[in-house]
Design a protein around this ligand. Sequence first.
Ligand code: B3K
Ligand code: ZN
Length: 915
Amino acid sequence: MKEGQALMVRREAYVAPSHFIDTVELTFDLDPVKTRVLNRMRVRRNTDLPAQALRLDGEDLTLARVMVNGQGTSFKMDGNQLVLENLPADGESFELEIFTTCAPLKNTKLMGLYVSNDSFFTQCEAEGFRRITYFLDRPDVMASYTVTLRADKAKYPVLLSNGNLVEQGPLDDGRHFAKWVDPHRKPCYLFALVAGQLVSREQRIMSRAGKEHTLQVYVRPGDLDKTEHAMNSLMHSVAWDEARFGLPLDLERFMIVATSDFNMGAMENKGLNIFNTKYVLASQATATDTDFSNIESVVGHEYFHNWTGNRITCRDWFQLSLKEGLTVFRDQEFSQDLCAEASARAVKRIEDVRVLRTAQFPEDAGPMAHPVRPDSYIEISNFYTVTIYEKGAEVVRMMQTLVGRDGFAKGMALYFERHDGQAVTCDDFAQAIADANPTSDLALLLPQFKRWYSQAGTPRVHAQGTYDAGARTYTLTLSQRCPPTPGQPVKEPFVIPVGFGLLAANGDDLLLELAGESHTTAGAHATRARSAGTRMLVMTQQSETRVFINIDAEPVPSLLRGFSAPVVLEFDYTDAQLLHLLRHDSDPFNRWEAGQRLAVNSALVAIKSVAASADNTWASVLNDAYIGAMREVLRHPTLDAAFKELVLTLPSETYLAEQLDVVDPQRIHAVREGMRQQLATALTADWEAIYAANQDTGAYTPDAVSSGRRALSGMALSQLCLAARVSPSAGSGRTDEWPGKTLQRFKDASNMTDRFNALAALVSSGHPLAANALAKFHAMFKDEALVIDKWFALQAGATDRGGNILPAVRQLMKHNDFSLRNPNRARSVISTYCQGNPAAFHRPDAAGYVFWSERVMELDAINPQVAARLARALDRWSKLAEPYRSAAREAITRVASKADLSKDTHEVVTRALAD
Ligand code: B3K
Ligand code: ZN
């Protein structure tokens, strides 16, 4: 890869397509070695532009024939493009027929048409359709598709494509065919086909409008008993989108198909979603509560794309967040709305924010930082990022905050009224939401609000509060700044909604009255002026001050409630103030956040302390007040278990690293481990009580309440096994019994969550019983690929003891069950080690980085998308302390200098080196 710059695609260079393709008739003769594809299109020139050649994209295709209106025609190749000149130049349509072949069995990139477990699957987003046939492979070219599949009937009894099955029947030589017509125009990235030995669970449903639909979930024979949850999730999704946004299912038949070889989570192809098995298959014996909840949100996510993404799609790939940010927002809202209790909604919000802060904030601060609507890319696959998805969802969430929930629903309605059937931009979306709410802050501030789309980086909001006892006022000053990011040295102020409250000494929310704001006015305005609880302060300036009046005693401020904006909030809280918020804040997010801040503060003091303990062990990082507060949370009579588990979970090593200018991963790990051990030993009796109280969650259901109890009891086991190792005489004095009890729990468990938690507790404590349990676990689940992924990941992610993990990982790669070609399996070992186990990966001897560079290069030759994701493990190299920093740089340089690197990996490593 040397052309780098030349291959850069720029948003500003967008031009409409030279031609339109109105209809596409595809005929496939499916054969793993050589599949023949006949593509007959009706094409017409875009008469708004000067006449020009038609340039069709293609990749790894063998071209056999090109015909225009039934006649052979001249063409030339320009790189990967098929160039047709001398085409009919009037606005009339013409028929273009292209005959190509491709080799699905050799397709290890898993883009285009490929074979997995003897079945055919496709993945076209973003630019995979060009690996199936020559085409205008861009999302603003929308066509009607008719697809005929022909294949051996015994080997491929099920033949699926988008839309409706209109005809099927036998052919000669044991072959058969199926013909599908999609009633909806679509961009080619939503095309899909599946062929193979599959079975399906089927469900008929009736929409609110009285229309009947068939829902199907296709899996390999033997997996049918693991499809009930996916089907239930799909039914909930259909009902939710109709109820919340008035968006019904627009197809007679909606299919989900699972495959075990898939680059990502799932794909929203029109009417024929293709999923990674990880997000479909679940039974209580094989899937954890987290798996169940991920399935619910991914099934929801893909289904919601049917409107946000498919009915209205992206004009170009720079607009990716138009569909992804919005659809993540929708799946987050869906999961929250399915929660019966308010506390479970809060738990879901905290989990979402945790992902944002541990994955997106580092991205926004590193070499791959990009705006929610990027300005350029080399390989679009690299921009399916947490910024586009999760930060994009936060931007949509802020819009909802600024216009209200009903206002947002009105905005969505206007968006569909204006743009249904079109390929549009992020501007079109924001404009529709604002226009539907003309008096809202969003409408008034729209150009400034849209800086969230154009400026990268995480803004930092600094807050300062002063109480004046004489004047009975509380003065709050908020200021914002956003650090520079690649290509954007200076930022303009953002619109930042800051959820705000003031807590009295008894913990109650104070009445909020702003100086100069009348409270004599009647009606809605008066309510707004004098409101207890949360008030949304909309920041627009670099710095602004507000004065709250009639405050009788010094309050404690609660800022950024509900995490109302994707920013870092800086406020110089005292420990006493944080303990007050942890105890009383009416906003559950900030209650949790207060506990996290306390833990972060203590961790940072230890990490930054000059005098490291001689052997890098840390016995008393946490103070008594913190431990007392955690005990109070554990013993709290009404807080629910899921919330307790979140509060007791210490900030991750990655999150702590982001709070530092120079990162010593070993030091961070040692301090955090010390904190974990302190909680384990100081609270042993409480952990025992918690385990006893939450051990039995009754007949298995993956609902929020019982999942929360399993999560908390799993945490208790893990803490008790840790206590047994570091302090066998703590608590009841018999902590050394816990590893044995945990092994028994592992054996007796009636569901995967309890079983896996017990196994993980043994493994993470490094107890000798772990080896035995791991072997048993493998033997029990040797035929369950998704469980074996967990088995691999647990070992690759285990606590490093004296550098033992890297050799174990190398050993795991030699295991019979290991395969580099299967993305789930490769990720379970390699990504877990390089991206999920910082202390094992960042070795002073650089062996972790050597391993990383070998795997990136090895994977790059097989599957560039998987390689490029792994390549991002060293994004934050420039923050590392020595010797890590130099060694990491050397490893990245080694990858960057490899000949024939894919443009995926090339883009990631060259951006990293420019940091
Ligand atoms: N839209 C797909 C992502 C496809 C990525 C291809 N590199 C999944 C999703 O976000 O729903
Ligand atoms: Zn999506």
